[in-house]
Design a protein around this ligand. Structure first.
Ligand code: URA
Length: 439
């Protein structure tokens, strides 16, 4: 069947079957389908949507467009599982959760991404660590997943190659915001890692990828239906992104925070609570724990014994980083030469935070990319970010800026001043950390 006939069917509101979607996706991967046809296909899907069967078939086609990892030959003693997030600000869950789950007996082949828009990327954070190689050989990756239980690396060209082209065209044809295309893109890549179970963290709020809570929920429901439809047990936690998850954002700063949490510090933080909740779901879903209490006990033991931190250290060293990162983080991690506090000019309770603006502030400081391929400055970012509901006095810092130059810090200070809304009273109810769990 000709590609244009398949596009015509979708354009006219008819459904596509697996064979048709395979044809299009294979053509995207091997280059025989051109950018114009990809754009037309994406627009037809954007305008007419897809039913569940079509979306499952598209996801499976993208998953199968390249190498699909297999783990059975390694005889792993525990399940192969992962967590993925739609991205946020100060969201360093993956750095903590991967090794934590490994310390509970799971095997986590975590293929992560770079920063996108205002959100930070796990790979960019890990590259703050001198020597850390996000593109190891397949042998090293598999050995670490087997022996350490976790390896966090970047996407290889052979993993779901159709998505790379399709995403690139969507980005320039106003077709990113289509639920079936988003789900097929996210899950196509994740499911190519050969997972038995997947927990997705879909963010809700002012720093979330989806623009409204309703849209986040719609995405979450589609992810559960399509992930399970494609044969991987998938659940979603809808978690809050109305403020940065950690009280810092920036690559090197977030590695430091991950080390702090893995070292057992920060158990009262929102970051800890969300990470632990996602961990519970992963242990339950994969059968590593029998019930919520058992999952909690296993997680506590793995953290308090130092085993989770040990797995992180082994992963870092196994991927080329220093063997003593946890002990000498200050020595290994780069720090910015300029710090500047953004002080409140009046008293009040923080009633709203423009989380997206904070993320863009990090990008502006050089901690993210303005254009694909830009080098990033791992040192820069924000710390000591005040929280929703917090009482602030005049002159008290709302956050601290870490910059390469004083002029950069001053420019960002001006912009971020408006990211915090202060009210006279503390009657605003703080948003829940976990909005819902969908299975
Ligand atoms: N992240 C992805 O990987 N794909 C999308 O389509 C959107 C976010």
């Amino acid at each position: 069947m000709l590609t244009q006939e398949i596009i015509r069917r979708k354009r006219d509101g008819q459904t596509l079957n697996r064979r048709m979607l395979d044809l299009v996706v294979r053509g995207i991967a091997d280059g025989s389908v051109g950018d114009a046809q990809i754009g037309a296909f994406a627009m037809a899907v954007y305008l007419n949507g897809m039913n569940r069967d079509e979306a499952v078939a598209l996801t499976e086609s993208i998953r199968d467009s390249g190498q699909v990892m297999r783990w059975t030959d390694l005889d792993l003693p525990g399940p192969v599982l992962d967590k993925h997030s739609t991205g946020g600000v100060g969201d360093l869950v993956s750095l903590v959760l991967g090794p934590w789950i490994a310390a509970c007996g799971g095997h986590v082949p975590m293929v992560s991404g770079r920063g996108l828009g205002h959100t930070g990327g796990t790979l960019d954070k890990l590259e703050s660590i001198p020597g850390y190689d996000v593109t190891p050989t397949d042998d090293i990756f598999r050995r670490l997943v087997k022996e350490v239980g976790v390896a966090i690396i970047g996407q290889t060209g052979s993993l779901a190659p159709a998505d790379k082209r399709l995403y690139g065209v969507r980005d320039v044809t106003a077709t990113v915001e289509s639920i079936p295309l988003i789900v097929a893109s996210i899950l196509g890549k994740k499911l190519a890692c050969g997972l038995e179970t997947l927990v997705m963290d879909v963010k809700v709020g002012s720093g979330a990828f989806m623009p409204t809570p309703e849209a986040s929920r719609e995405l979450a429901e589609a992810i559960v239906a399509i992930g399970c439809g494609a044969g991987t047990t998938t659940s979603v936690l809808l978690t809050d992104m109305n403020q940065p998850l950690a009280d810092c954002a920036g690559n090197s700063l977030e590695i430091l925070e991950a080390l702090r949490l893995l070292g057992g510090d920060g158990k009262r933080s929102r970051l800890y609570q969300v990470t632990r909740q996602l961990g519970q779901e992963m242990l339950l879903q994969s059968g590593l724990a029998s019930d919520a209490q058992d999952a909690g006990t296993r997680l506590d033991r793995a953290l308090d014994s130092g085993e989770a931190l040990e797995r992180f250290s082994q992963m870092v060293h196994g991927l080329g980083g220093p063997s003593d990162l946890a002990e000498r983080a200050g020595h290994h991690l780069p720090t910015a030469s300029v710090t500047l506090d953004l002080d409140a000019d009046r008293a009040g309770f923080i009633s709203a935070i423009d989380t997206r603006a904070l993320g863009l502030g990090v990008v502006e400081l050089g901690g993210g990319r303005r254009n694909a391929g830009d080098a990033i400055d791992h040192r820069v970012g924000l710390s000591h970010i005040a929280a929703l509901g917090q009482r602030i006095e005049p002159g008290q810092p709302l956050l601290r800026i870490h910059a390469a130059e004083r002029a950069d810090a001053e420019a960002v200070t001006q912009r971020l001043r408006h990211a915090f809304i202060l009210s006279e009273t503390d009657d605003a109810t703080p948003p829940p950390l976990i909005h819902a769990t969908l299975r």
